[in-house]
Ligand binder design. Sequence first.
Ligand code: ZN
Length: 457
Amino acid sequence: MSTVIENAYVVTVSGGEHTSGHIVVDGDRITAVGPGPAPAAAVPEGAERVDAAGHLATPGLVNTHHHLYQWASQGLATDGTLFEWLTTLYKPWSKMDAEVVAGAAAAALGWLAKSGCTTSTDHHYVFPKGRGDLFAAEIDAAAELGLRFHPCRGSMDLGRSQGGLPPDEVVEDLDTILAETEAAIDRYHDPTPGSMLRVAVAPCSPFSVTRDLLVESARLARDRGVRLHTHLAETLDEEEYTREHFGTTPAEYMDGLGWLGGDVWLAHCVHLHDSDIKRIAETGTGIAHCPSSNARLGAGIARVAHLLEAGAPVGLGVDGAASAELVPLAGEIRQAMYMQRARYGPTALTARRALEIATLGGARCLGRADEIGSLEPGKLADIALWRLDGPGAEFYPAVDDPVVAFAFGRTPPLARLLVGGRTVVEDDTLVTVPQDEVGRRGAAAHRRLMELARELL
Ligand code: ZN
């Protein structure tokens, strides 16, 4: 399996741009990138040749925060704050089963692939008893679609009766969580180079898990050499909660529990103090920035410009899907850029910097910057090819700079998406699975969940 892309505008992200360049893919790796046509000696025998004139080639996008199962609960509590939204949605989530998760995950991942995503994480933290293997369902869906996947075994152990936000029926006990999380690592985590599947440990948030679970989760993750993920500082309600319960900001609370570090990435971090940003940057903690979700829930605008200035790794996430319905990952580049500029001025986030956080920044958050996030020889062949001229893209040539056209405008058609050298999307259509079927499975998952939860809504 080898492919040669030529005549594209190539944005390597790590090493400059080529106005008419080539990328050579052999197996699952990039073997050459540069200006002009591919040198004959670099072209593997029998390689497929792609004439990409009028196209922009970027690294595949990396989605650093998501909840695939929420595809089945989109369109609910559309005007609530985070806590109001959660309190409404915990009810249907308490009825979800493996069939719901399988359909929701397939649709959500298909949607991601269609917007240029080659690697996605997922944070699954609701495991109602006796409803099948929900974690396996999403892993199967990612394998079927052919996306690189970093599922996080999430958890909640602080039910309402103990002072937490979630109802008791959606939380698990500490011992069960630790045993199930370790079993998930044993069964699925692949630490080898080129891995398509890596597991992380991910208690849900400071207001839905106990201090013991945070401490034990960090111990387990570090014993096993896997990464840690959670939500943090998403809303001012959360800061009120940690101040009341622990006398600290959310970031100070997590810092005290060993939860800031180069093996941790945190979703949101909308409400950070200067001292929090300093600690996040000096510890190398990654941030998954989810601008549409933050806007949809009225949570605020994260201090991305300040985090980047301080040197913290920042990636993009679509979050949701129920807190940011039908949000495409590529569109988050524009959303991030515009929200930063609206708050901090027009130089707060440039188009190229926004593309960098969507690719290499995300790779840093997931601990994969040595393998994905930029177009370089030796890296995995995770590549998005966007059409900026020709059928379906007739209006784009009115902008000279392809990166400006891509980032400022409506997301252009996706001509090709390669994951480890394998074509997953062609001409804006999924090719690894029938696209219409994936869409129908997502809609069926929604109907099934609404039916299962009918008496609760
Ligand atoms: Zn989230």
